[in-house]
Design a protein around this ligand. Structure first.
Ligand code: LLP
Length: 437
C-alpha cells in the first residue's frame, strides 16, 4: 500500500527509498513513515467532508504519533489537532501549530495544563467532568477569558473492539453519562458560568472500529440529546464531535471501509438525525488518529539470533520488540512482516518474531511465513505508524529508535535515535553514593 513496492534488486522500497539502504544509513530498529500516504489520508478525510458541504473540523488525534514534524504536516493539510497532555501541547506549539486549531482532551487535566492551554489561546477544551468544569471556569476567570468548550459524554454505545480501547459504554472512566442525567446537569451548570462557552458535545466510542453502525448510533443519541437541550434549556449546540476510532487493515481479515465511507456515514447519520428532529445541522468534528498514520508506518529491524525448537517453534529475534511496539503484548495486536532484503523470495518457513527484552511476553508476531531467515536479514513489520513510537518505552534501558519520513527517494530524520546520554540524562547519583570503593 502507499508508495511501497518491490524494486529491481528485490528489496522493499518505501517512498522511493530502498529499505535496506534506510536500515544501513539510519540503523535499526527504524520507524519509517511514508509521508505521501499520511498526506493522502489527511486529504481523504478533509475531501470527504468538503464534499458534504457542511461545516467541519478534522482534528488529528496526536496521541497516535506526536512529533513536531507531524504537527507541521497536519498544519499544512489545514487540519486541527487534538492533544491530551501538556507534552503534546508543547510539541504542537513549538512546531508553530496555530493554537486556535488545538483541542485539549483528557479526563484529568491539571490546573497547570489548563493554565498553559489558556495562555496559549487554544481553540477548545473537551471537558470531561464537573471538577474540571469549575477549575476551567475559575482559571479562565482569573485570566479574564472565556474558554470555549465541548462536553465529553458517553453515549452508551459499545463498539466491537478490544475492551481496553473501547470507551463509549457507561462503565468508562471518561465523560458524562447520557443516560443517568449527568450530561444534562452538566449543560445546565455550564450555562450558569461566566467564563466558559459551551459549543456542543463530544463522543468517542472506541478505536480500531470497522462498522459504521456504532458511529450512527452515537450520532443518534447525541442528536436526541441536542434536541432535548434545545427544547428544555433553550441552548443550541453549534458543534457535534464524534471522535475517532476508524479502523485500519493490519492483517488479512481486518476489513476497514474507505475513509470516505466513514465520513459519508457520519455526515448522513448526523444530517438525518438532526433533520428528523427539525434541528439545524451542526458543525461536525472528528478526531482520527490511527487511520491517519497507522498504515504509513513500517518498522525495520535486523534479525539477530534464532532458536529452533524442533517440532515446536522457531523463534527469530530482532533488535527491537515491546519497547518500540508494545501493542502485541498489550492488546494481542497482530502484524504482518516480510524480509525487506529478500522481498521476492517465496515463504519457506513459519517462524515467530521475538524482541530482545528480558521477558517471554516480548513477542512481535506469532507464526509468520517468511523465506528461510538468516542473521542480518532486515525484517519489515507493516502498519506500525500509530501507537508505536507514541507508546515506546525505555524498558531494559533500550534506546528509542529514530523516525524517518520518506518521500520521493529522500529520507528525513524527524526524531533522532536516542543516545546513551538520553538514557542517563536525568539520573542523579547522590553525593553519599559517589565514592567508588
Ligand atoms: N479521540 C479520543 C477522545 C480518543 O480517546 C482517541 C483514542 C482518538 C480520538 C483517536 O482514536 P483512533 O482514531 O486513533 O482510533 N493505544 C491503543 C489505542 C488507544 C486509543 C485511545 N484514544 C492502541 O494502540 O490500539
Amino acid at each position: 500500500h502507499g508508495t511501497s513496492k518491490i524494486n529491481d534488486k528485490g528489496h522493499l522500497e518505501i517512498g522511493g527509498c530502498d529499505a535496506t539502504w534506510l536500515a544501513q544509513t539510519h540503523g535499526t530498529p527504524l520507524y519509517v513513515m511514508d509521508e505521501e500516504l499520511i498526506r493522502r489520508r489527511c486529504r481523504e478525510f478533509v475531501g470527504a467532508f468538503r464534499a458534504s458541504g457542511l461545516q467541519f473540523q478534522v482534528a488529528y488525534a496526536s496521541k497516535a504519533f506526536c512529533t513536531m514534524a507531524m504537527c507541521r504536516i497536519v498544519e499544512e493539510e489545514g487540519m486541527s489537532l487534538d492533544v491530551v497532555s501538556d507534552g503534546e501541547l508543547h510539541t504542537a506549539l513549538l512546531a508553530g501549530f496555530p493554537a486556535e486549531r488545538i483541542h485539549f482532551h483528557g479526563n484529568n487535566k491539571t490546573p497547570q495544563e489548563i493554565e498553559m492551554a489558556l495562555d496559549a489561546g487554544i481553540g477548545c477544551f473537551v471537558v470531561d467532568n464537573f471538577i474540571e468544569l469549575h477549575m476551567l471556569n475559575a482559571i479562565a476567570g482569573e485570566k479574564r477569558k472565556k474558554a470555549k468548550m465541548l462536553y465529553r459524554i458517553t453515549p452508551g454505545v459499545e463498539a466491537h473492539t478490544h475492551e481496553f480501547i473501547s470507551t463509549g459504554q457507561t462503565d468508562s472512566k471518561f465523560g458524562f453519562d447520557l443516560q443517568n442525567g449527568s450530561a444534562y446537569r452538566a449543560v445546565e451548570e455550564a450555562m450558569h458560568l461566566d467564563h466558559v462557552e459551551l459549543l456542543g458535545i463530544h463522543s468517542h466510542i472506541g478505536s480500531q472500529i470497522f462498522e459504521v453502525e456504532g458511529f450512527r448510533m452515537a450520532a443518534e443519541k447525541v442528536a436526541q440529546f441536542a434536541v432535548k437541550v434545545r427544547e428544555e434549556l433553550k441552548l443550541t449546540f453549534k458543534v457535534i464531535n464524534l471522535g475517532g476510532g476508524f479502523g485500519i487493515r493490519y492483517v488479512e481479515g481486518d476489513t476497514p471501509l474507505p475513509v470516505s465511507d466513514y465520513v459519508g456515514a457520519i455526515v448522513q447519520a448526523v444530517k438525518s438525525e438532526f433533520g428528523r428532529q427539525g434541528f439545524p445541522v451542526p458543525e461536525i468534528w472528528i478526531e482520527p488518529g490511527r487511520s491517519i498514520v497507522g498504515d504509513a508506518g513500517t518498522t525495520l529491524y535486523t534479525v539477530g539470533t534464532y532458536k529452533d525448537i524442533p517440532g515446536v517453534r522457531k523463534y527469530v529475534a530482532v533488535d527491537g520488540g515491546m519497547t518500540d511496539n508494545p501493542r502485541p503484548a498489550l492488546y494481542e495486536a497482530q502484524y504482518e512482516a516480510m524480509l525487506a532484503n529478500r522481498a521476492t523470495e517465496p515463504a519457506e518457513e513459519v517462524v515467530s518474531i521475538a524482541g530482545k527484552c528480558c521477558e517471554s511476553g516480548d513477542m512481535l508476531i506469532w507464526d509468520v511465513s517468511l523465506p528461510k531467515v538468516n542473521s542480518g536479514d532486515v525484517l519489515a513489520v507493516a502498519c506500525t505508524g500509530a501507537y508505536n513510537y507514541a507508546m515506546a518505552s525505555n524498558y531494559n534501558r533500550i534506546r528509542k529508535p529514530a523516525v524517518v519520513f520518506v518521500q520521493d527517494g529522500k529520507a528525513d530524520v524527524v526524531v533522532q535515535r536516542e543516545s546513551f546520554d538520553n538514557i542517563i540524562g536525568n539520573d542523579v547519583i547522590p553525593e553519599r553514593l559517589k565514592q567508588v570503593t
